[in-house]
Design a protein around this ligand. Structure first.
Ligand code: G16
Length: 543
């Protein structure tokens, strides 16, 4: 075993986005690409010497090879210990939990989340801090700066380290502890939820289908839903993790998880269904004949979380990302809770959770979570829903329609235009920015614009400011359009258009979202010229 210093030079474009660095797998596999970025992580956090880290990934193509490189680089840089999931696998929330539980200095998660996997698809690397949450912008900025000046990296020359069995080995003065990826996480879930009550629900014949999408949650779901809670074997679909996720996008939305949606809309529908994504932090919730939007799910969970033992004392506050619908705001108002509006990216919730100002957080992008970890958590969201269903005895459809009767309904949809020409997309946003001042008072299909601005966030805990976080246009009746460019795509630009309208007339709560939003959809194109700029006549994905 010999520590060597390899000469390298800066590689362009290693700028972490909404959630770490995501690129095509072949880009990550290119000469020095991964190594440079890992060295930049060490530089960005003030070195690895003497530190303890967690390492895991979602098991996608290149996961284990990358883990070997990261371990050899950690050892060469003097890290004291790395705790690794068996076979280098850990779901993102399980990694966040382990980072916190073992009081480590942070961790590296290898994932491109809901993006497809395989040699021709996507890979990603992100660093989470000692609180278990994604590195905030000042830290990722330091990493990016380091990528621009780097001239070498340190790595150990050694055989592959065996990650297939639980136990500790020593590699050039560094301990490598391989742990079961599921065990600690399940124990945490048992503390938060009433497993007896959920078990009793399954004992009545309650039927559930959980689509693990051949991604990381398979083993977690088999253990929790089938073994511990007694859901019949076969309740977990696609539970075997595959490096290419079976060729699908592991993205739990009505497009990529269509077979599950078809199932709940069909004659043989289960009572409850859910799906999670590549790394296990996203979720989609469905009931017999009903799809629950992520924004509605957050609102329903906020209104009912106290029914689960972990939240019986009530919530300190709630938080949502700006483009997420304002359904949860109404719950917060009724319950007298603080409600925070943050930019897109789970990292922005970290300070609020650490400071005890928010207990529950959520995003329109299929993410919900709480202060139990510092990431969103797909399986956790499913368990909270199950706990609420078991406690109330209501169906998903009844719970949702009761919720709308109480709080009104925020019709909501997101339209994505993927892989559009990056220059055209940014021209469109620039043009929109230039128009903001003149928009108020103008009339479009959705009515008269009341306000138009670009969202900036002042963090109430550390007073940092994040600018240019999305353009929002609000109409006099409260409906809203938000435009922003995604920070997680790997090809060209992805334009996201978020559409929302509020309705509290009890006769109008059960329309199709597409119909309720038709004027707003038309206004989005009138205002931004989406078709003209992107050349697209329709979005690629509607959620
Ligand atoms: C990541 C972030 C989320 C964000 C989502 C979409 O999720 O953690 O906070 O909402 O991307 O971001 P964008 O709109 O910039 O593509 P994940 O599940 O991909 O890690």
């Amino acid at each position: 075993m010999e520590k060597i210093t390899v000469s390298s030079q800066p590689i362009e474009g290693q700028k972490p986005g909404t959630s770490g660095l995501r690129k095509k797998t072949k880009v990550f596999m290119g000469p020095h690409y991964l190594e440079n970025f890992v060295q930049a992580i060490w530089n960005g956090i003030g070195g690895a010497a003497g530190k303890t880290f967690v390492l895991g990934g979602d098991g996608r193509y290149f996961n284990e090879r990358a883990a070997q490189v990261i371990l050899r680089m950690a050892a060469a840089s003097g890290a004291a210990k790395v705790i690794v999931g068996k076979n280098a696998v850990l779901s993102t929330p399980a990694a966040s939990h382990l980072i916190r539980k073992r009081a480590t200095d942070g961790g590296i998660i290898m994932s491109a989340s809901h993006n497809p996997g395989g040699i021709d698809e996507d890979f990603g690397v992100k660093f989470n801090m000692a609180n278990g949450g994604p590195a905030p912008e000042d830290v990722t900025d330091r990493m990016f700066e380091a990528t621009k000046t780097l001239t070498s990296y340190d790595i150990l020359e050694t055989q592959d380290i065996d990650l297939s069995a639980v136990g500790t080995t020593r590699v050039a003065g560094m301990d490598v502890e391989v742990v079961d990826p599921v065990e600690d996480y399940v124990a945490l879930m048992e503390e938060l939820f009433d497993f007896d009550k959920i078990r009793a629900l399954f004992a009545t014949g309650f039927k559930m289908k959980f689509d693990a999408m051949h991604a990381v949650t398979g083993p977690y779901a088999h253990e929790i839903f089938e073994r511990r809670l007694g859901a019949p074997v076969g309740s977990v679909l696609n539970g075997v993790p595959l490096p290419d996720f079976g060729g699908r996008h592991p993205d739990p939305n009505p497009i990529w998880a269509k077979p599950l949606v078809d199932l709940v809309m069909g004659a043989d529908a289960p009572d409850f269904a859910a799906a999670s994504d590549g790394d296990g932090d996203r979720n989609m919730i469905l009931g017999r004949g009903v799809y629950v939007t992520p924004s509605d799910s957050l609102a329903v969970l906020a209104a009912n979380a106290h029914l689960a033992p972990g939240y019986a004392g009530g919530l300190a506050g709630v938080a949502r990302s700006m483009p997420t619908s304002r359904a949860v705001d109404r719950v917060a108002e009724a319950m007298g809770l603080d409600c925070f509006e943050t930019p897109t990216g789970w990292k922005f919730f970290g300070n609020l959770l650490d400071a005890g100002r928010a207990t529950l957080c959520g995003e329109e992008s299929a993410g919900t979570g709480s202060d139990h970890v510092r990431e969103k958590d797909g399986v956790w969201a499913v368990l909270l829903w199950l706990n609420i269903l078991a406690d109330t005895g209501k169906s998903v459809a009844t719970l949702l329609s009761d919720h709308w009767m109480t709080y009104g309904r925020n019709y909501y949809s997101r339209h994505d235009y993927e892989a559009v020409d990056a220059a055209r997309a940014s021209d469109m946003i620039d043009a929109l920015r230039g128009k903001l001042i003149d928009l108020p008072g103008q009339k479009f299909a959705a009515g008269i614009v009341e306000s138009a601005d670009e969202f900036a966030y002042d963090d109430p805990v550390d007073n940092s400011r994040s600018e240019r976080q999305g353009i929002r246009i609000t109409f006099e009746d409260g409906s809203r359009i938000v435009f922003r460019l995604s920070g997680t795509g790997t090809v060209g630009a992805t334009l996201r258009v978020y559409l929302e309208a509020y309705e509290n007339n009890s006769d109008k709560l059960h329309a199709k979202a597409e119909d309720a939003l038709s004027d707003i959809i038309a206004s989005a194109d009138q205002i931004a010229g989406i078709k003209a700029y992107t050349g697209r006549t329709a979005p690629d994905v509607k959620t």
